[in-house]
Design a protein around this ligand. Structure first.
Ligand code: BTN
Length: 234
């Protein structure tokens, strides 16, 4: 069962960093590291991830057994976070490729997967804004970030409750077939048909391919983006 064993820290540098150490020293599949607060939370593309103490679900899972391979993990995680959020609050979640979770086009959760495929493990890190208030977001993120509480108006939400909703969704999605998962992901695709830009160009997002890459129609034809960051063109 994922989520066991679990180590909880009041304060830690990064749950992902701790989970990586545990994985490297043989921690079993499903080992969970959570924290009330991180002092050096890590985001994608070398960015940092911050959240006020006790307001976000900060978790990292050691993943070892993936029938359909590691490629499934980012898709499964994003869909599961959507499902977990929707089980807790009356919200509708979409996914901004590759795996940001949005509510009304604002980011509610981020996912950072780090791993050693050669050693057979990955660490799935999830940061989910649960009860952060609008004022608690840094000024530069207001307008582009949200929390479950802000989006739903429900104040009785806490990270522990979110964990309780998220773990069963993750367990279910991790045992999906690739086809079933792609189908679930595609139904939540926030970029489909949208004008997008990235470091190397611009175009119109045309869904995800069978390997989970982003398809984009450009003036030169359809291209495939395997990694990186895309932005909506407004
Ligand atoms: C992103 O950039 O969108 C990914 C953010 C991932 C943040 C989470 S918080 C828990 C875990 N520990 C970390 O240091 N990062 C991830």
């Amino acid at each position: 069962m994922i989520g066991t064993p679990r180590v909880h820290h009041r304060t830690i540098d990064s749950t992902n960093a701790r989970a990586r150490e545990l994985a490297a020293s043989g921690a079993p599949h499903g080992t969970l590291v959570t924290a009330d607060e991180q002092t050096a939370g890590r985001g994608r593309q070398g960015r940092s991830w911050t959240a006020p103490r006790g307001r976000a679900l900060l978790m990292s899972l050691v993943i070892r057994e993936l029938d359909a391979g590691q490629a499934l993990l980012p898709l499964a995680a994003a869909v599961a976070v959507c499902e977990g959020c929707e089980a807790m609050a009356p919200v509708a979640c979409t996914i901004k490729w590759p795996n940001d979770v949005w509510i009304e086009r604002r980011k509610v959760a981020g996912i950072l997967i780090e791993g050693r495929p050669a050693e057979g493990w990955a660490v799935l890190g999830i940061g989910l804004n649960v009860s952060t208030t609008e004022e608690e977001f840094p000024p530069e993120l207001r307008g582009s970030a949200t929390s479950l509480m802000v989006a739903s108006g429900i104040s009785k939400l806490d990270p522990e409750k979110a964990l309780g909703a998220l773990l069963p969704a993750l367990e279910a999605r991790l045992s999906d077939t690739w086809e079933a998962l792609l189908e679930r992901w595609r139904r939540r695709d926030a970029l489909q048909g949208e004008a997008v830009r990235w470091a190397g160009g611009e175009g119109v997002a045309a869904g995800v391919g069978d390997e989970g890459s982003l398809l984009v129609d450009t003036r030169e034809g359809r291209i495939t983006l395997d990694a990186g960051e895309v932005h909506l063109r407004r």
